[in-house]
Design a protein. Structure first.
Length: 82
Protein backbone atom coordinates (compact mmCIF):
# COMPACT_ATOMS: atom_id res chain seq x y z
CA UNK A 1 0.00 0.00 0.00
CA UNK A 2 1.22 3.47 -0.89
CA UNK A 3 -0.13 6.65 0.72
CA UNK A 4 0.11 10.34 -0.04
CA UNK A 5 -1.17 12.83 2.55
CA UNK A 6 -2.64 15.86 0.81
CA UNK A 7 -4.51 17.84 3.45
CA UNK A 8 -5.22 18.31 7.14
CA UNK A 9 -7.42 20.40 9.40
CA UNK A 10 -7.13 21.88 12.90
CA UNK A 11 -8.83 18.81 14.40
CA UNK A 12 -5.93 16.54 13.43
CA UNK A 13 -7.80 14.82 10.61
CA UNK A 14 -5.95 13.97 7.39
CA UNK A 15 -6.98 13.26 3.81
CA UNK A 16 -5.09 11.96 0.84
CA UNK A 17 -4.75 9.23 -1.73
CA UNK A 18 -3.75 5.61 -1.32
CA UNK A 19 -3.35 2.52 -3.45
CA UNK A 20 -4.80 -0.71 -2.12
CA UNK A 21 -3.09 -4.07 -2.58
CA UNK A 22 -4.13 -5.63 -5.89
CA UNK A 23 -5.74 -2.42 -7.18
CA UNK A 24 -4.05 -0.09 -9.66
CA UNK A 25 -6.46 2.78 -8.96
CA UNK A 26 -5.85 5.34 -6.25
CA UNK A 27 -8.49 5.73 -3.56
CA UNK A 28 -9.28 8.88 -1.58
CA UNK A 29 -9.15 8.44 2.19
CA UNK A 30 -9.71 10.27 5.45
CA UNK A 31 -7.96 9.56 8.75
CA UNK A 32 -9.91 10.40 11.92
CA UNK A 33 -8.66 9.48 15.40
CA UNK A 34 -5.86 7.44 13.82
CA UNK A 35 -8.23 5.31 11.71
CA UNK A 36 -7.77 5.48 7.93
CA UNK A 37 -11.02 5.07 5.96
CA UNK A 38 -11.40 4.64 2.21
CA UNK A 39 -14.02 7.18 1.09
CA UNK A 40 -15.39 5.02 -1.74
CA UNK A 41 -17.43 2.65 0.47
CA UNK A 42 -18.88 5.76 2.16
CA UNK A 43 -20.85 6.74 -0.96
CA UNK A 44 -23.61 4.76 -2.72
CA UNK A 45 -22.14 1.83 -4.68
CA UNK A 46 -24.26 2.69 -7.72
CA UNK A 47 -23.14 6.35 -7.81
CA UNK A 48 -20.68 5.69 -10.63
CA UNK A 49 -17.89 7.56 -8.78
CA UNK A 50 -14.34 6.45 -8.07
CA UNK A 51 -12.99 8.92 -5.52
CA UNK A 52 -9.24 8.97 -6.17
CA UNK A 53 -7.80 12.02 -4.39
CA UNK A 54 -8.90 13.92 -1.29
CA UNK A 55 -7.13 17.28 -1.24
CA UNK A 56 -8.53 19.06 1.79
CA UNK A 57 -11.07 19.08 4.58
CA UNK A 58 -12.45 21.63 6.96
CA UNK A 59 -13.36 21.43 10.64
CA UNK A 60 -16.95 20.50 9.74
CA UNK A 61 -15.68 17.34 8.02
CA UNK A 62 -16.41 18.46 4.45
CA UNK A 63 -13.90 16.91 2.06
CA UNK A 64 -12.90 18.17 -1.39
CA UNK A 65 -11.16 16.00 -3.93
CA UNK A 66 -11.17 14.58 -7.42
CA UNK A 67 -12.16 11.38 -9.12
CA UNK A 68 -13.83 9.81 -12.12
CA UNK A 69 -17.51 9.37 -12.77
CA UNK A 70 -18.71 6.36 -14.77
CA UNK A 71 -15.08 5.52 -15.65
CA UNK A 72 -14.89 8.45 -18.04
CA UNK A 73 -12.20 11.14 -18.24
CA UNK A 74 -11.81 13.95 -17.42
CA UNK A 75 -11.23 13.82 -13.71
CA UNK A 76 -13.94 15.75 -11.82
CA UNK A 77 -14.10 17.56 -8.50
CA UNK A 78 -16.23 16.34 -5.61
CA UNK A 79 -17.40 17.68 -2.26
CA UNK A 80 -18.41 15.25 0.48
CA UNK A 81 -20.28 16.40 3.57
CA UNK A 82 -20.08 14.00 6.49
Amino acid sequence: MSQCLLGTNNRGQFVGSSTIAGDVESHAFVTVDGVMTDLNPQIPADSGWLLEYAYGLNERGQIVGAGHRDGVAPIRAFLLSR
